[in-house]
Design a protein around this ligand. Structure first.
Ligand code: GTP
Ligand code: MG
Length: 515
């Protein structure tokens, strides 16, 4: 059975819907945004309202009573919004091991003036001492000793840079198959992906083969909500490539059907471009015609600048999956806002424990802000909870409309590739990855098999399925986890199942038990 065709059948997002959030709130958002231009107090009041827990889902927003006070707050909030006028996007660098993700990420920081020549020389020397001469650019992103010695990213590197229109957070994922869980955590925070592919002879082929991480990363990225991909064909300067149009076209033509079958609309969601991450060619400025005469498209910075992503709802119920936490004058949690906004002084819940907390401070990148909206990577200082009482995978959530916490849910699963001789049946155990949750789970019942062609449930009872099958089943976990229905919040309702370090299925939550 053709696995790739089946992934499409799963319709994690159909290519047509362009990954737009299937959310009736969206229409409202557009309206609200327009209103904001004339009536800012509505927005601020809306946020406050969430804070004080007065608003009821679905009700019209109450109007402000004390106009004077609110107007003052509005002015401040307005100022802050102005300062943050550039949109913010999280971009994850994915692709097979050694494709050049860290090198390209490092080069971006160098080209955007964040790393001086002296540091580069220092890295050059350090890389040489480790007999890894060509890795010096990667050292900008690979900051720990193990990564530098082995020349492989282990933990997701994080950095910031800006283009004309956008503030970017770069998440440099590891490509090595042992670190796929780290890659998943990086991708789950991202809006867009830069898929780095090595054009060097033999390297594209190894990455693309079954078992190579090019395919796995693409499938995971799509499942985890990475809406758009820039596919950078890297190492174009390599002597085996030498900016060959033929090689570039070959890679594009092989990748395109695969990207399609993974659910990406290649016309709307995917863009290819050639670069040399090591030399920095076609990155900040377009590649010189004397080097590459045939390329008439954009350079990487231009492409990143123009990329469009679906709108998120700043007025939706607040949801921020926690990816990390630490102690620093209180309890600080880190994560990406998936829905809603947060302001200093807000009362929120840490789910699934239902712990009531208060927001003491909000930090976006390095700076303290009063409020932050969806898509932002934040550090939030909380009072009312001890650091020990929080685990990654918990969700900072609205009080009025908290995220559901469940130990069981119904899901539609696409089986990718089971371990050899394994059968997917009731009793199957795997590790579930959903937003920042990593939890052991068991399939307790297979409910229906879906016909990949008609996408309709098949009549006959299903007891087990094989590779490539699409199946609806009940999934159970031991500890309560926070998930949403995919149809309500795609980012919080899509997941992957892994066994023994291999991704065996991707899925979406279709139903939750009634609370
Ligand atoms: P992992 O983090 O282990 O997945 O690898 P990575 O994708 O981050 O690759 P990295 O940036 O560490 O680069 C791997 C090797 O490829 C290094 O030797 C780089 O110098 C080399 N490399 C990366 N980009 C280019 C390029 O544009 N041209 C050439 N010739 N070599 C490159
Ligand atoms: Mg790397």
């Amino acid at each position: 059975m053709d696995i790739e065709a089946e992934i499409r059948a799963l319709q994690l997002d159909s290519a047509e819907d362009n990954n737009d959030v299937v959310n009736p709130e969206d229409a409202k958002l557009e309206k609200v945004e327009k209103e904001d231009e004339v009536e800012v107090e509505v927005e601020v009041e809306g946020m406050k309202d969430e804070v004080h827990g007065r608003s009821q889902p679905g009700q019209a927003e109450p109007k402000v009573k004390n106009k004077e006070v609110v107007a003052l707050e509005d002015a401040e909030a307005q100022e802050e919004m102005e300062a943050n006028k550039k949109r913010h996007l999280n971009v994850v660098f994915i692709g097979h091991v050694d494709a050049g993700k860290s090198t390209t990420g490092g080069q971006i920081l160098f080209l955007s003036g964040q790393v001086d020549d002296r540091t580069i020389h220092k890295y050059e020397k350090e890389a040489k001492d480790k007999s890894r001469e060509s890795w010096y650019m990667a050292y900008i992103m690979d900051t720990n000793e193990e990564e530098r010695v082995k020349g492989k990213t282990v933990e997701v590197g994080r950095a910031h840079f800006e283009t004309e229109t956008t503030r970017f957070t770069i998440l440099d994922a590891p490509g090595h198959k042992s670190y796929v869980p780290n890659m998943i955590s990086g991708a789950s925070q991202a809006d867009i992906g830069v898929l780095v592919i090595s054009a060097r002879k033999g390297e594209f082929e190894t990455g693309y083969e079954r078992g190579g991480q090019t395919r796995e990363h693409v499938q995971l990225a799509k499942t985890l909500g990475v809406a758009k991909l820039l596919v950078v064909v890297n190492k174009m300067d390599d002597p085996t490539v030498n900016w060959s149009k033929e090689r570039y076209d070959e890679i594009e033509s092989k990748m395109t059907p695969f990207l399609k079958s993974s659910g990406y609309n290649v016309k709307k969601d995917v863009q290819f471009l050639p670069i040399s991450g090591l030399l920095g060619s076609n990155m900040k400025t377009r590649v010189d015609k004397s080097i590459c005469s045939w390329w008439n498209g954009p350079c990487l910075f231009e492409a990143l600048d123009c990329i469009e992503v679906p709108l998120r709802d700043p007025k939706g119920p607040f949801r921020m999956p926690i990816i990390d936490k630490f102690k620093d004058m209180g309890t600080v949690v880190m994560g990406k806002v998936e829905s809603g906004s947060v302001c200093e002084g807000d009362s929120l819940l840490v789910m699934p424990n239902k712990a009531q907390v208060k927001v003491v401070a909000v930090y976006c990148d390095e700076s303290k802000v009063r409020c932050a909206g969806p898509g932002e990577n934040l550090r939030v200082r909380l009072s009312g909870i001890e650091e020990e009482d929080i685990l990654s995978g918990f969700v900072l959530s609205s009080v009025v409309k908290p995220i559901p916490a469940v130990t069981e849910f119904t899901a539609q699963l696409q089986i990718l590739e089971l371990l050899e001789n394994a059968i997917f049946t009731a009793g199957y155990k795997a590790v579930l990855h959903v937003h920042s949750v990593v939890e052991e789970c068991e399939i307790v019942e297979l409910l229906q098999q879906i016909d990949p062609k008609t996408r309709k449930p098949m009549k006959k009872k299903v007891l087990f399925v094989k590779n490539g099958a699409v199946v609806v089943c009940r999934v159970q976990v031991n500890n309560s986890i926070c998930v949403e229905k995919f149809s309500d919040f795609p980012q919080l309702g899509r997941f992957t199942l892994r066994t023994e370090g291999k991704t065996i299925a991707v899925g979406k939550v279709t139903d939750l038990p009634v609370a």
